[in-house]
Write a protein that binds this ligand. Structure first.
Ligand SMILES: Cc1cc2nc3c(=O)[nH]c(=O)nc-3n(C[C@H](O)[C@H](O)[C@H](O)COP(=O)(O)O)c2cc1C
Length: 217
């Protein structure tokens, strides 16, 4: 049995009965990569919008939704775009350890990744800036930093670019505010929810070979 995604691609039905019993550790590891590739490649997938968790200066957890822009499978690196002035960038410069959370409501699967995220700006983010669509680039024209207090409701954008996509030249003015976040992970924790009995597996990459083990869900 297979469900159809909005993009028409087949995805496995939730894991039940025989499908659950046959699930191996290798299947769990493979599924993690399928989910990440789908999130990076399919704008309509729920896996496109994971959560990034960082550690704030006070030591408190800080979480927010982000858009997954790219997945480098061999390097186990996920790429995100953000504003260099945002709290998350300051947090990562102070403490690079980070976690990402994905939930796939169609398969009822949770994927947690642990690793380190590095914010890159300027020349190091040049290729990512060039690859970013014009609507994505517009956000970096915001006059003040994300999270700044505003006396009135605001998009943060200059009035002349409200509601339109500015020229490429105008968008260049926001370039200094653009940061590429590269999140490299070395551990995955996957939970498959099932009426037949949940499954949980941990996968670690101490080197290039994955070490996999079942965990009690
Ligand atoms: C659906 C959705 C997608 C988002 N994608 C991003 C993103 O890709 N990059 C980003 O910096 N913020 C994104 N945001 C905004 C963040 O969730 C967050 O509010 C903002 O980045 C400020 O976070 P910070 O103050 O913790 O740095 C998104 C918000 C939503 C609702």
């Amino acid at each position: 049995m297979a469900n159809e995604t909005m993009s028409g691609r087949a995805v496995p039905a939730p894991f039940e009965g025989e499908a659950l019993r046959r699930l191996t550790l290798e299947d769990m590891a493979a599924l993690a990569f399928v989910l990440l590739a789908e999130g990076a490649g399919d704008a309509s997938s729920p896996l496109r919008k994971p959560v990034l968790a960082t550690v704030s200066a006070s030591g408190a957890p800080a979480v927010r939704t982000v858009i997954l822009r790219n997945f480098d499978r061999p390097g186990r690196i996920l790429e995100l775009f953000t504003d260099a002035r945002s709290a998350k960038v300051a947090e990562l410069e102070r403490e690079p350890r980070a976690s990402m959370l994905f939930y796939d409501p169609r398969r009822d699967v949770q994927l947690r990744l642990a690793g380190q995220a590095v914010p890159l700006t300027g020349a190091a983010a040049e290729d990512a800036w060039a690859a970013a669509g014009l609507p994505s680039r517009r956000a970096y024209l915001a006059v003040t930093a994300p999270g700044s207090i505003s006396p009135a409701p605001t998009s943060g954008l200059p009035a002349e670019v409200e509601g339109l996509i500015p020229s490429v030249d105008k968008l260049e003015e926001g370039r200094a505010n653009f940061a590429l976040l590269r999140f490299g992970f070395d551990e995955a924790d996957m939970v498959v929810l099932s009426r037949s009995g949940h499954r949980r597996a941990r996968i670690r990459w101490p080197a290039d070979v994955a070490a996999m083990e079942w965990l009690v869900p």
